[in-house]
Ligand binder design. Structure first.
Ligand code: FEO
Length: 170
């Protein structure tokens, strides 16, 4: 049987991954109706990635003799000031998730559940990548400021990133 404290903590992380998926969905919707189709495509794609993070954890919990549980989710924010606002909130959210994964990893060490600790390595690596991707995008957005042509270019770049991500195995 899976350690109860670890099982509860994994389920709370599942809830956070599910919320991440909804948060990026809300952001994608905002981008789509505010003239950023590329950013919308990128965030719609990212919604699917978060769903995958959630599913991977659910299957792990069930396969290890635990039972995944779903909790209530609060509605994500629906309105944003700008594309820069969207991506600064994405980055802040990813930093929050990184902290949460690290705390979860710490718990597996304290509980001597090394198998789950090993499973979480994938998430630790994934968070490094996600933070780095989001930080790069935010830096670019900040760099172009209010320049419309620059913003158009960034939106195209995000569209290309969404397409290459869909074509990949992730
Ligand atoms: Fe599941 Fe973007 O972290």
């Amino acid at each position: 049987m899976m350690n109860k404290n670890v099982e509860t903590a994994l389920n709370k992380q599942v809830q956070k991954e599910e919320f991440s998926s909804r948060l990026y969905l809300a952001m994608a919707i905002w981008c789509e109706v505010n003239g950023y189709p590329g950013a919308a495509a990128f965030l719609y794609e990212h919604t699917n990635e978060e769903r995958m993070h959630q599913m991977k954890m659910i299957h792990y919990t069930n396969e290890r003799g635990g039972k995944a549980a779903l909790f209530e989710l609060e509605a994500p924010k629906a309105d944003f000031d700008s594309l820069e606002d969207v991506f600064s909130q994405v980055l802040a959210h990813e930093e929050f998730i990184t902290n949460s994964i690290n705390t979860l990893y710490g718990l597996t060490v304290a509980e001597k559940d090394y198998t789950t600790g090993n499973f979480l390595q994938w998430y630790i690596t994934e968070q490094v990548e996600e933070e780095s991707t989001m930080r790069t995008i935010l830096d670019k957005i900040k760099l172009v400021g209010k320049d419309k042509a620059g913003m158009f270019h960034i939106d195209k770049e995000l569209e290309a990133m969404a397409q290459s991500s869909t074509a990949g195995t992730a």
